[in-house]
Design a binder for this molecule. Structure first.
Ligand code: FAD
Length: 465
């Protein structure tokens, strides 16, 4: 049911979820499927976007309104505007020495959940493992595209009829925990429509899943508790740190490849017409490369580079433009932090600083050069690198990651490998804020949904309520 006129008490529910984006709705629906009663809070309206609450100030490479434009407050969250590209990280993307941080869970643990998550995002589960060797050192690994699933539309009927109660236009504005900080004991919610505030008590058997987005999760964990002291859930001091995006760099290069190689591109359907190449793990390790997908599109036989090579080599060549989707290394200095201003919820406004490392850009150049060297060595083509576009024009994908990172060490991470806030029995986080690295260049939403489904399984298996 969508509740628009009040805030119910929490004691009738088995679990509480904050946020109804892909993370929050996936965990809520999986719990409901297992017979659990779920209460979800959503800052936005069930048909309207609440624009004034996405009020983060941006500094660095993604400045100004960047983070607000990528954090949408409505039923379904940012899935209201996302683009629908999905892929999975490879094993090396979860443990790459060049990135310097390892995921505490591997691909094997995620595989069954990616397979379940794909249809929820209207993707074919076969995308999860699709990869085929193409050239020595490089594989063809498409980033499949589908019409983007809007969670607030796709699952609205289910929410209106089902066992999940969503309180729309209602923000969670604070947490309470006992002295020992072993469990959340209450949350405070503000109804934007009526202005009513309500304190909802929680039992230590009642899980609360924070799924308020990459900025929203950190922002709530950074808020000082009433009476001051260490913010609840940020005993590690790590909340907000390690903010990451996926650099998207357009027209960073161009290539000409011979017709024989061109014939090897697998069926067009898989990659939506964009042919994506990634360095193999062995080449990545030798060269110290990390996530970078080189995406070739706009095939052109008449381009001067193709015509020149065709003449020179005496066989046909085709020209492609290259864009890169890549990875940035996690850095504690890139972070969400609080300003002194408060907004309508009474929460301190957030600011986000995110500065790409020189190596993050060099990684793109080196990936292009490695492809060029391979093509020359095999006499299959050429790559031209457009250095200005790499170093002067940075875009992002709207992927907000890392701000409540997952890890085994409670002093160096916010949640454990089960996405439970270290030290708490009933406090969990869902979303790409738990990613310890960008997971290579892989768009995050498939993994967000997979981790949410995995979390729901854990909550059910622990027999919580
Ligand atoms: C333009 C664009 C294109 C994108 N394209 C892709 C793509 O092609 N592939 C891909 O994988 N990803 C893409 N993304 C990213 C994708 O949209 C996000 O990864 C995904 O939506 C994150 O899901 P989430 O549930 O963690 O957070 P969100 O979807 O942001 O949902 C968080 C929800 O929590 C609510 N909330 C926040 N604070 C509170 C509070 N205090 N109380 C109650 N509710 C609260 C918000 O209102 C929101 O509804 C794109 C994003 C953008 C902006």
């Amino acid at each position: 049911m969508i509740i628009t006129d009040g805030i119910p008490a929490a004691d009738r529910y088995d679990a509480v979820v904050i946020g109804t984006g892909p993370a929050g709705l996936s965990v809520a629906m999986a719990l409901a499927d297992a017979g659990r009663r779920v209460l979800a809070f959503e800052s936005g309206g069930h048909q309207q976007v609440r624009g004034e609450l996405s009020n983060t100030i941006g500094y660095g490479h993604f400045s100004g309104e960047y983070w607000n434009a990528h954090s949408i407050r409505t039923l379904g969250g940012t899935s209201a505007v996302w683009s629908g590209w999905c892929t999975t990280p490879r094993e090396i993307d979860l443990d790459n020495p060049a990135v310097g941080t390892r995921w505490p869970i591997g691909r094997r643990a995620l595989l069954p959940y990616w397979t379940k998550a794909a249809p929820m995002l209207d993707h074919d589960p076969s995308l999860v493992d699709f990869e085929t060797p193409l050239l020595e050192g490089f594989s063809y690994r498409p980033v499949p595209f589908r019409t983007p699933t809007h969670f607030g539309h796709k699952y609205l009927d289910r929410l209106q009829r089902g066992v999940i109660d969503v309180v729309a236009n209602c923000s969670v504005a604070g947490f309470e925990a006992g002295e020992s900080r072993r469990a959340l004991t209450a949350v405070e919610a503000l109804h934007h429509g009526t202005g009513a505030r309500r304190r909802l008590t929680l039992s230590d058997r009642q899980p609360l899943v924070l799924a308020a987005g990459g900025i929203g999760n950190a922002r709530l964990l950074l808020q000082p508790p009433r009476g001051g002291g260490v913010p609840i859930g940020n005993e590690s001091g790590q909340a907000g740190r390690f903010l990451m995006e996926h650099p998207h760099l357009y027209r960073v290069g161009e290539c000409a490849i011979d017709a024989e190689l061109d014939r090897y591109w697998p069926a067009k359907g898989k990659g939506g017409g964009v042919h994506a190449l990634v360095a193999d793990p062995a080449l990545s390790r030798t060269r110290g490369l990390y996530g970078c997908s080189l995406q070739c599109s706009r095939k052109n036989a008449a381009h001067p580079m193709a015509r020149f090579l065709s003449r020179e080599r005496g066989r046909p060549f085709f020209h492609y433009g290259i864009a890169a989707r890549s990875e940035m290394r996690p850095s504690a200095e890139n972070r969400v932090f609080l300003t002194a201003e408060r907004d309508a919820t009474g929460l301190y406004r957030a600011a986000a600083r995110c500065v790409l490392d020189a190596r993050d850009l060099l990684n793109v150049e080196m990936s292009l050069r490695a492809l060029g060297e391979t093509l020359i060595r095999l006499d299959r083509g050429r790559v031209r690198v457009n250095s200005d576009r790499i170093y002067k024009e940075t875009f992002g994908g709207g992927h907000i990651m890392g701000t409540t990172r997952m890890g085994e060490d409670p002093a160096a991470s916010v949640v454990d490998p089960d996405c439970r806030v270290h030290g708490y029995g009933n406090f969990f986080v869902a979303g790409s804020s738990v990613f310890p690295t960008g997971g290579g260049y892989a768009n995050p939403t498939l993994t967000i949904v997979a981790l949410a489904l995995r979390l729901a399984d854990l909550l059910v298996s622990e027999g919580r309520r």
